[in-house]
Design a protein around this ligand. Structure first.
Ligand code: HXC
Length: 518
C-alpha cells in the first residue's frame, strides 16, 4: 500500500469504528430518546477537544460464536478532552455494541483512562448505558468490573469522579457509580438495580416494574443513590459541567475562584425579618440561601431526598463553597437517618476536595421514635458528627434559630472545629425547647396541681426558660459562638470569614484511616 492508501485505510477504519454497532442500532438508540455514546461525549466536552484512545481495540472472546462479530472499540469510547478548558478523562459505554456489555478489553480501556486521570490529577467521568457483564466472557467480565471498582476506590478523594446513568445499569455494574462522588440519572431512560424485576419476582414474589424498582425518580427521592434526576440527557450533561465548576482538578488543588460582580457588602434588609415570630412556624431556608450567595445561584444536590436538610454548592465572592442547611419547611428541619447520611456524605465530599463549608442551622433536634432508633439513628447521626469533626476545610456556621441538643453539637459547632460560628439575634442555642424542658424539670410540681394551676405554672416556667436560654447570648457568653450578627449583614460576614480562613491549615493525627461509623 502506498502511504496515501494507508492514510485512506486509517480514515475508513475510523469511520467504521465511529458507527459502533451500525446505523440500525443507532436509529434504535435515538428512538428510545437516547443519544449515542459519541454524541454524549461531543455534547459534553469543549468543541474539538476530544482525543480518543483505543479506537481499534477488539474483544478476544471465542465463546458462543462471539468471535464471528467484532466491533472496533468493543463497545466503550474512552479518552480525554476539556470542559471549560480544564482536562477531564472520560468513558462512554456504547449500547449499540453488544448492548454496551462489559468485556475484558472493554474494562481494560476504562482502566487505562482511570489510571491516566490519577497520574494527571484530573476528573474522571463515566457515562453508563450497558446490559452489564458480557455474558459470553464469563469470569473475565467479572474481573474487569472488579478492576474498575478497585480504581474507583483508589481515586476516591483524589480526583472527582462523576457518573451519568443514561440507560441500563444493573447487577454488580451499579457499584462503580455507587463508588463515585456524583451520580446523575436521566428520567425515564435509565435504571439502576442490583437485581431486576424478574429476579425480584422469583426470589421474593414481589411484582414491581423497572421504573418503580430502580428508575431515576426512585433513586433521587427514596434511596438517595442518585444526586440528580435529569429531565433528559441534555440536562444530565449540563449537570456534569456544572458540578465540575465548583471542584478542583484533584485533592491537591483548590477550587477555582471566579470573578464576582455581585457586591460583597450587599445589605439584605429582608433577612432581619425573615424568621417568623412564632417559633413553630416554618420558612424556606432556600430563600435565605438565594439571598446571601453570589447572584442568587445555588446548585442543589439531592434536591428530592431528605428534604429536611439542604445541601449544594454556591459561591461567595466567586469562591466555591458547600452549603449545608436545615430546612424548617420540611419536617421542621429535624435530623433523621436520611438527612444525616445525606449531609455527612456531602461534608466529606467538600472536605476531600478543599471546598469550604458554610452551615446554616435551624434544627429542633434528632427525630424521636422507634423507627429512627431501630434504623440506627445513633450510628447515622454519628456519621454527620464525624464528617464535620474530621473536616479540615474552612467551616463557617450561622445559627439562625433553633439549635437544640445533640443536633446543636453536630451541626458544625465550635467544638467540632467550626472555625467561625455566628448567630442571628433570633437564635436559640439550648439543650432543648422550653416546652420539653419544663415538662422534664417541673413534672413533679405539675403533678400536684389542678389543670388550671398547671397551665399558668407551665407558662411562667416556659417564659423563665426562654428568657434564660432561648437566645444566642448564653452561648456567646462562653465564646461558643464568636459573634451575634445582624441578619442583613450575613453575606458580608460570611465572605469576610471565608477570606480570613483562606489560608487555614488544620490536620488530623497520622493514622491508616479513620473508622467512621458506616
Ligand atoms: C452480551 C448483551 C448483553 C450482555 C445485551 N446484549 N446485554 N450481550 N451480554 N449482558 C446484547 C443483546 O444480545 C442485543 O444484541 C443487544 O445487546 C441489545 O440488547 P436488547 O436486549 O435487544 O436490548 P433491550 O431490549 O433494550 O434490552 C436491554 C437489556 C437486555 C434490558 C439490558 O439486553 C438485558 O436484559 N440484557 C441482559 C442483562 C443482564 O442480565 N446482564 C448481566 C447482569 S449481571 P443484538 O446483537 O441483538 O443487537 C452483571 C454482573 C456484573 O452484570 C457483576 C459485576 C461485579
Amino acid at each position: 500500500m502506498k502511504n496515501q492508501e494507508k492514510v485512506n485505510n486509517l480514515i475508513d477504519r475510523r469511520k467504521e469504528a465511529q458507527l459502533g454497532g451500525g446505523e440500525k442500532r443507532i436509529e434504535s438508540q435515538h428512538k428510545k430518546g437516547k443519544y449515542t455514546a459519541r454524541e454524549r461525549i461531543d455534547m459534553l466536552l469543549d468543541e474539538g477537544s476530544f482525543e480518543e484512545f483505543d479506537m481499534f481495540v477488539e474483544h478476544r472472546s471465542t465463546n458462543f460464536g462471539i468471535d464471528k462479530t467484532h466491533y472496533a472499540g468493543d463497545g466503550v469510547i474512552t479518552g480525554h478532552g476539556t470542559i471549560d478548558g480544564r482536562i477531564v478523562f472520560i468513558y462512554s459505554q456504547d449500547f449499540t455494541v453488544f448492548g454496551g456489555s462489559l468485556s475484558e478489553t472493554f474494562a481494560q480501556k476504562i482502566c487505562k483512562v482511570m489510571d491516566m486521570a490519577m497520574k494527571v490529577g484530573a476528573p474522571i467521568i463515566g457515562i453508563n448505558d450497558s446490559g452489564g457483564a458480557r455474558i459470553q466472557e464469563g469470569v473475565n467480565s467479572l474481573a474487569g468490573y472488579a478492576e474498575i471498582f478497585q480504581r474507583n476506590i483508589m481515586a476516591s478523594g483524589v480526583v472527582p469522579q462523576i457518573s451519568a446513568i443514561f440507560g441500563p445499569c444493573a447487577g454488580g455494574a451499579v457499584y462503580s457509580p455507587a463508588l463515585t462522588d456524583v451520580v446523575i440519572m436521566s428520567d425515564k431512560t435509565s435504571y439502576m438495580f442490583v437485581t431486576g424485576p424478574k429476579v425480584v419476582k422469583t426470589v421474593t414474589g414481589e411484582i414491581i416494574e423497572t421504573e418503580e424498582l430502580g428508575g431515576a425518580n426512585v433513586h433521587a427521592s427514596k434511596s438517595g443513590v442518585a444526586h440528580f434526576r435529569a429531565d433528559d440527557e441534555d440536562e444530565g450533561l449540563m449537570l456534569i459541567r456544572k458540578t465540575l465548576e465548583f471542584l478542583p482538578q484533584n485533592n491537591l488543588e483548590d477550587p477555582i475562584q471566579t470573578v464576582c460582580t455581585d457586591p460583597i457588602d450587599r445589605i439584605d434588609d429582608v433577612l432581619n425579618d425573615v424568621i417568623p415570630e412564632n417559633k413553630a412556624e416554618a420558612y424556606d431556608i432556600k430563600n435565605i440561601i438565594y439571598t446571601i450567595v453570589d447572584k442568587q445561584e445555588f446548585f442543589e444536590f439531592q434536591r428530592h431526598y431528605a428534604k429536611n436538610i439542604v445541601t449544594g454548592f454556591a459561591k461567595f465572592h466567586g469562591m466555591p463553597v458547600g452549603i449545608v442547611a436545615n430546612q424548617p419547611n420540611y419536617l421542621a428541619g429535624v435530623l433523621d437517618i436520611d438527612a444525616s447520611r445525606k449531609a455527612a456524605r456531602f461534608v466529606r465530599f467538600c472536605d476531600a476536595f478543599n471546598v469550604p463549608i458554610v452551615t446554616l442551622v435551624d434544627v429542633p433536634g434528632f427525630l424521636p421514635g422507634s423507627k429512627q432508633e431501630h434504623g440506627g439513628i445513633i450510628t447515622h447521626g454519628a456519621k454527620l458528627m464525624f464528617a464535620y469533626g474530621e473536616a479540615t476545610v474552612p467551616k463557617v456556621t450561622i445559627t439562625l434559630r433553633k439549635s437544640y441538643g445533640g443536633a446543636h453539637d453536630v451541626m458544625s459547632s465550635k467544638q467540632l472545629r467550626g472555625d467561625i460560628n455566628y448567630a442571628w439575634p433570633t437564635a436559640e442555642i439550648a439543650v432543648m425547647g422550653s416546652k420539653g424542658a419544663v415538662e422534664v424539670l417541673e413534672a413533679r410540681s405539675i403533678s400536684k396541681m389542678t389543670a388550671e394551676e398547671a397551665q399558668a405554672y407551665i407558662a411562667e416556667k416556659e417564659k423563665e426558660y426562654n428568657d434564660k436560654f432561648a437566645n444566642p447570648y448564653e452561648a456567646a457568653k462562653y465564646g461558643y459562638i464568636d459573634d451575634v450578627i445582624e441578619p442583613r449583614n450575613t453575606r458580608f460576614r460570611i465572605i469576610r470569614a471565608l477570606k480570613t480562613l483562606a489560608g487555614k491549615k488544620d490536620t488530623n493525627p497520622p493514622k491508616k484511616h479513620s473508622n467512621i461509623p458506616l
